[in-house]
Design a protein around this ligand. Structure first.
Ligand code: UN1
Length: 498
């Protein structure tokens, strides 16, 4: 049903005020389960807006960096409390703007809560090191110092969790922030900013500019006063971010694609593995960089797995994420849906066997959304494009393997290295896999999704550029080590010589 009420009009947040964009144009944020519903109009901002936001952040940095970290953390702690109180409403709004089911958007808000509490705790740690000097009457230590203005560019698949992964460590270490949320999901970042403001964050410390990658993201990552950039998105765009930052040697943290795998051994609990493949493959409609988009199954249990897994996939209930019965929501937008449909054609042409799904859903309630059937290709060859390229949708490619060694080789035979998993009840196999799977995250007897906020998150190879976010590992990106020597001998002492 078309909405007759005018959509809400949102603004940028610069220097503690909600302000219009100089661009005077706006983009729509629509519900991917029902495109008749316009959630709001957000500014299509310009380079001038970015400049104002960066200037405000640079000015606020002068005082924010001097606020004691435990005091900065108290604001985060209060923000976490508000997030807890508003969790349900935030989750509902997130489902409306992004499409994933309520259980998952609650999880997304919970992940932001976890990260905010975790980083609030870090405010009373931020440990450095002290160590003996090689010289007498000399003291040596290192401390963390903030870097300045952080430019954050965030994706739509975790509309609040990922912005919080970047914002909270940036703030607690004393940086100020300019954030550009994904154009599909600016509402969740708007909520996060409101909450941080309510919690007492001083003006200018957190700024938001909405708009496209070209108009907002590009000037943000190139701005001379931006000290660091953190980006989560596709590997293609990540390379552009890296190139934009390179001439100024601006540090950038990139969190990019994945082609994650579940290995199912002949000694696995098969039903448990199937539960994992369903959740890892079709949770968030497969739109996670950690999604279990590949499954390699030991030849001895292959046909049993295929038969049981595809039967279960066919029972998954697709629909509006606000309906409690729904198990899988829509794709986030038209272009994502088209990518999925394109890869289904690619898979068929490559000779993979389509065992479940394969079609866009258009009947009845599906007509107004970007719905696609949960889709399974079986008898795939590891070299096929559907086994090599990130699809970011509800498509799982299943292939047989000879045994453990072959499985690990298949797992590592892609350009990405985010997450991997093995189902086995043999402890020797589990440890072999833990050692040899070349990914940033490895799961034993659990799917490739479900990272927790107090551990490092990130991957090898083209999944990123070596940095990690989440956990105390994130502090290493958002702060610089400063090594300090204090000589109290009252004479010249020469290291390595005296
Ligand atoms: C992502 O897909 O970009 O581990 C992040 C997980 C979530 C985070 C995913 N906690 O699946």
């Amino acid at each position: 049903m078309a909405t007759s009420v005018a959509p809400k009009v949102f603004k940028n947040f610069i220097d503690g005020e909600w302000v219009e964009s100089r661009g005077n144009t706006a983009f729509e944020n629509r519900n991917p389960a029902n495109t008749d519903e316009c959630i709001g109009m957000f500014p299509s901002s310009t380079e001038e807006d970015v400049n104002s936001a960066v200037e405000a952040a640079a000015e606020a940095y002068k005082s924010w960096r001097l606020v004691p970290a435990p005091k900065r953390a108290e604001i985060l702690y209060r923000a976490a409390e508000i997030l807890v109180r508003r969790k349900e409403d935030l989750a509902r709004d997130m489902t409306r703007e992004m499409g994933k089911i309520l259980a998952e958007t609650r999880g997304d808000v919970q992940e932001a809560i976890d990260m905010t509490y975790f980083m609030a705790g870090e405010g009373r740690r931020l440990f450095g090191k002290t160590t003996p000097s090689e010289l007498p009457n000399k003291f040596a230590m290192c401390v963390r110092m903030p870097k300045g203005v952080a430019g954050l560019i965030t994706p739509w698949n975790f509309p609040m969790a990922i912005p919080s992964w970047k914002t909270m460590p940036a703030l607690v270490t004393g940086n100020t922030v300019v954030i550009k949320p994904a154009t599909d999901t600016p509402l969740s970042v708007y909520h996060m900013i409101q909450i941080l403001t309510e919690a007492g964050l001083p003006r200018g410390v957190m700024n938001m500019v909405t708009g496209s990658g070209t108009s907002v993201g590009a000037p943000l990552m190139k701005h001379p006063q931006v000290a660091l950039v953190s980006f989560t998105g596709s590997t293609g765009v990540g390379i552009q971010v890296s190139e934009a930052c390179a001439p100024a040697l601006r540090p950038c943290h990139l969190e990019l694609g994945g082609k994650n795998i579940i290995l199912v051994m002949d000694d696995a609990n098969l039903d448990l593995a199937i539960d994992g493949c369903l959740w890892g493959g079709f949770g968030t409609s497969g739109q996670r960089c950690t999604a279990s988009s590949r499954v390699a199954v030991h030849k001895k249990v292959y046909s049993e797995f295929v038969q049981k897994f595809t039967a279960r996939v066919k029972t998954l209930k697709v629909g509006d994420g606000l309906d409690p019965a729904t198990q899988m929501g829509p794709c986030v937008n038209q272009s994502q849906l088209e990518t999925v449909m394109r890869y289904v054609e690619i898979g068929k042409n490559e000779g993979a066997h389509l065992a479940a799904g394969g079609n866009r859903l258009t009947d009845g309630a599906f007509a107004k959304g970007y719905f696609h059937e949960p889709t399974v290709f079986v008898d795939c060859n590891p070299k096929m494009r559907i086994c090599q390229e990130e699809i970011f949708g509800p498509v799982v490619s299943v292939m047989p393997c000879e045994g453990l060694e072959d499985a690990v080789e298949i797992a590592n035979g892609v350009k990405y290295g985010l997450s991997s998993s093995i189902y086995t009840r043999n402890v020797n196999h589990a440890f072999y896999a833990m050692r040899d799977l070349y990914t940033g995250i490895v799961y034993i007897n659990a799917p490739t999704i479900g990272a927790e906020t107090h551990l490092p998150f990130g991957g090898t190879k083209q999944t990123g550029n070596g940095h990690r976010e989440s956990g105390d590992a994130a502090l290493d990106f958002y702060s610089e080590w400063k090594t300090i020597y204090v000589d109290y001998s009252d004479k010249l002492q020469r290291a390595q010589i005296d």
